[in-house]
Write a protein that binds this ligand. Structure first.
Ligand SMILES: [Zn+2]
Length: 532
């Protein structure tokens, strides 16, 4: 008898964490950070709905922070068992977890300064550098497509997921855990990449499972043109147009994979004279370190045109590390390509580059990745006229552009193909790691393709399922420890966003008022509303 609980990434795309309880062992698949609006982020401070010290092992599908970012918290709270991942994932985590710890520590420091001024008690960081170091010691590298047995009775095998360097789907077999005493066959997709991607082969895994847990990020979306040529052509057009305007082209970019894909494509465009010689700045210390790991694993990259010795080494490239150097890049008035993290603009050096460029009408902000609702990138791409960065307001005058063909995720038809290639699915398919709309759209389409709707589940946050007898049976939201956590409705809609919108609206209303008399009237009515 086995139970599967979705402790994250149910109805959202962050905080991936699935709990499996079997007769042989209890284990987790991924343990990701919750990202997005403040209500979602607050989940990172909540206790886990299980006892971390009781877990026998953890299977990590890939290094992205929404799958790995709470590992140090897990370890800080008593988890002390092996974490299995592929070698490139282990290498990436070495930098990503330390980077995550220093972000947590500096966030807490900043917040505590603010709290002290307001007379509020200090907060603790979610985890610290020693927690990250302790986590790194638990990592165990495993070869792709090699069966290993983390505990007697449980066999696991990683398959290429084609999503980022080292990314894997995990096949998990639990001996004698089916109602008839046979082996329970499961597959956790992790994040699945598109068919055509510069560095990776298309995703793969065997067929014939009892249960599949599949991501559904783009369950309702078909990507724009997606061949490598079409993608580079689109990037070329954006860069040529952007540079022609005289300003900088600022590209918010995820540190892992996206930055390297862009660098590689820009390298090709520069070398073939398709864009004019231009200085290209990668201003993200993490992205720079990740770029070195790509060079280390260049022999595993699946692109015939990649000359491994020349990878990312164009003379126009500047890998920025120090803060002073970063400030100098912010001061460049135009004519440069500036890539920086975070990809959704909610933290990191990109915010400084936005502050320096977003109000300039000759500048271009080019988005090349998913922008979550409630993030700064989400606001800008949804057409905000003004934005607040570091507590200051900025007019959005730059040309805001989007390239939809740089996805690390399979689109709708690729997800459908991936699932149907894994068929038959005897018990059920769980759609996680997706908002409700894409999950529902994917479910409908799979039903049309022959996987009946009744076998496709959209688990709720903290929902558990009994897996031992054919169709999975929901046991509802059963927290093993403490109370069930925040409702999904709250996660999707955050009052902080309403507040920010109200703030900007008020400033605008006061600015547009014809005189101070009208302004005082507006304020008077608002004060009245506050006391009602
Ligand atoms: Zn991912």
């Amino acid at each position: 008898m086995a139970t599967l609980t979705f402790c994250g990434a149910a109805g959202t795309v962050t905080g991936s964490c699935s709990l499996m309880e079997t007769k042989h062992a209890d284990f987790l698949v991924d343990c990701g950070l919750f990202q997005g609006n403040k209500t979602t982020q607050a989940l990172n401070y909540e206790p886990f709905p299980f006892v971390p010290g009781d877990m026998d092992f953890l299977i990590l599908t890939h290094a992205h922070i929404d799958h790995s970012g709470l590992l140090p918290k897990l370890v800080a709270q008593g988890f002390n068992s092996p974490i299995y991942a592929t070698q490139p994932t282990v290498d990436l985590l070495e930098f990503m977890l330390r980077d995550g710890a220093s972000i947590q520590e500096s966030n807490a420091k900043r917040k505590n300064k603010k709290n002290a001024r307001r007379g509020l008690p200090p907060v603790e960081p979610i985890y610290t550098m020693p927690d990250a170091e302790a986590t790194l010691k638990l990592l165990v590298p495993i070869e792709m497509e090699t069966i290993f047995e983390p505990k007697a009775g449980i066999q696991v095998r990683f398959w290429n997921a084609g999503h980022i360097l080292g990314s894997a789907s995990a096949e998990v077999n639990v001996e004698g855990d089916k109602a008839d005493g046979n082996t329970l066959r499961m597959l956790f997709s992790g994040d699945i990449g598109p068919d055509e991607k510069v560095f990776h082969n298309h995703p793969d895994a065997p067929e014939g499972f009892d249960y599949i847990v599949c991501e559904s990020t783009y369950g309702n979306r078909e990507r724009d043109e997606y061949t490598l040529e079409a993608r580079r052509e689109a990037l070329k057009n954006e860069l040529v147009e952007g540079l022609k305007r005289g300003g900088n082209v600022v590209i918010p970019s995820f540190a892992v994979e996206r930055s390297q894909e862009l660098l590689h494509d820009i390298d090709v465009l520069l070398n073939t004279g398709q864009i004019p010689p231009t200085d290209v700045y990668l201003d993200s210390p993490l992205a720079t370190k990740v770029t070195r790991i790509f060079i280390k694993h260049a022999n595993t990259l699946d692109d015939v045109e990649v000359d491994q010795s020349m990878l990312f080494r164009n003379k126009n490239f500047h890998l920025v590390e120090g803060v002073e150097e970063s400030k100098a890049v912010s001061a460049i008035p135009g004519g440069a390509i500036i890539m920086s993290a975070s990809g959704m603009c909610d933290a990191g050096r990109i915010q400084h580059h936005l502050k320096a460029n977003i109000w300039r009408k000759e500048a271009t902000i080019l988005f090349v990745g998913y922008q979550g609702p409630g993030t700064l990138g989400g606001w800008i791409t949804r057409g905000a006229e003004d934005v607040r960065i570091h507590g200051k307001e900025f007019k959005v005058a730059a040309n805001i552009r989007r390239l939809g063909n740089y996805s690390a995720h399979a689109d709708q038809s690729e997800l459908v193909d991936w699932v149907m290639e894994r068929a038959p699915v005897a018990g059920g398919l769980f759609l996680n790691h997706g908002e409700d709309e894409p999950r529902a759209a994917l479910r409908e389409l799979l039903d049309e393709k022959g996987l009946p709707k009744e076998k496709i589940f959209m688990p709720a946050f903290d929902e558990s399922f009994e897996l031992s007898a054919g169709t999975p049976e929901s046991k509802g939201r059963t927290a093993k420890v403490g109370e069930p956590r925040a409702q999904e409705a709250l996660i999707c809609h955050d009052w902080n966003n309403d507040y920010a919108e109200f703030h900007i609206g008020l400033a605008k209303r006061l600015e547009e008022a014809k005189d101070d008399c009208e302004r005082m009237q507006v304020m008077k009515e608002l004060k009245k509303a506050l006391t009602q």
